[in-house]
Design a protein around this ligand. Structure first.
Ligand SMILES: [Zn+2]
Length: 313
């Protein structure tokens, strides 16, 4: 009994300290409702089919409800018909796997705050990645792609090279939200080259398309997905019958956001097994091509011979 008192005193002293430090820890994070606490802190599970993201199809990023860390991209989401949102991949380093208390399953938690997300299953064959992150909707928030882009911009600009610019322009002009397009030359080392000079393959330029768009109607990501779907991004310095470095596949990014979005999409395509040849280069001067190349198929009434649409995302 002699030694018991100091231990008791120590415990009595420690309990409030632990509670205070837990409160301080929680203050760093978003406030949670009792249902969110039940799932995120006490590792509960929401009712199947009850969560707001089960059938959610919008493009964007799923983040941690507790700490806002980005967890999953909408591209990783698939229909598993199990009643909870399912993803076949996670944003690198965002999700931590731990053995579940049941001794069978693998629990997944937010790598930043440790909040409970759900479980991960492998070998079910739902998608080529053979992985299903089964996540409680309650554990996540969602940032739509349209909000992730700079909303303050009134017009957006993007520059793509994807083979003969006649066909590239023909396709991009069909998109809702594209305000104007212009074919031209960029990425070379000669000022204001002519079509003949570019064709001679001595200037280093690519045939390219400048797209001016309304960011409220279409995002850079949607444009870039379309870019990858109207040409074959695995061909090196050619596009079908057109051979030469001026027909290379290249994205000339105008800011860090465009670079990041392009890298992300290239990674997704590579994970789908495509050997992507598309180059990613900071934009330099864009030289508009001669007038007769602008809106070529509108003027001539023809259809593109070297571009077709293939769904890739
Ligand atoms: Zn978190």
């Amino acid at each position: 009994m002699k030694n018991f008192f100091p231990i008791l005193a120590l415990i009595t002293l420690l309990i409030p300290i632990i509670t205070i430090s837990q409160n301080m820890e929680n203050e760093k994070y978003n406030l949670l409702t009792p249902e969110e606490e039940y799932v995120i802190l006490n590792k509960g599970t929401e009712m199947p089919w009850s969560g707001e993201f089960v059938n959610h199809k919008e493009e964007g990023t799923y983040t941690c409800k507790r700490c806002d860390a980005p967890l999953f991209e909408s591209e990783y989401k698939f229909d598993s018909h199990c009643g909870w949102p399912s993803f076949d991949d996670e944003i690198e380093g965002a999700v931590k796997r731990v053995p579940d208390a049941d001794g069978i399953r693998t629990e997944i938690i937010c790598a930043s705050c440790g909040g409970h997300l759900g479980h991960v299953f492998e070998g079910e064959g739902f998608t080529p990645k053979n992985t299903r992150h089964c996540v409680n909707s309650v554990s996540m928030s969602f940032i739509p792609e349209s909000q992730a882009q700079e909303p303050e911009k009134e017009v957006g600009r993007a520059i793509f090279a994807a083979g003969c610019f006649w066909g590239v322009e023909h396709y991009f002009k069909t998109l809702e939200g594209v305000k104007s397009t212009q074919v031209g030359y960029t990425g070379g080392h000669v000022k204001d080259p002519s079509y003949e000079e570019v064709c001679s393959k001595t200037t280093g330029h690519a045939e390219a398309l400048e797209v001016v768009y309304d960011p409220d109607k279409i995002t850079f990501k949607e444009l870039t997905k379309f870019f990858f779907e109207i040409h074959d991004p695995t061909q090196v310095d050619r596009q079908g019958p057109d051979i030469g470095e001026q027909y290379r596949s290249e994205i000339f990014y105008l800011d860090e956001n465009q670079k990041k979005v392009s890298q992300k999409l290239i990674k997704i395509l590579e994970e789908k097994g495509l050997d992507i040849a598309t180059k990613l280069t900071p934009a330099t001067e864009f030289y508009p091509a001669e007038n007769y190349h602008q809106d070529y198929y509108d003027k001539t009434g023809g259809v593109p011979y070297c571009h077709t649409y293939t769904k890739r995302f």
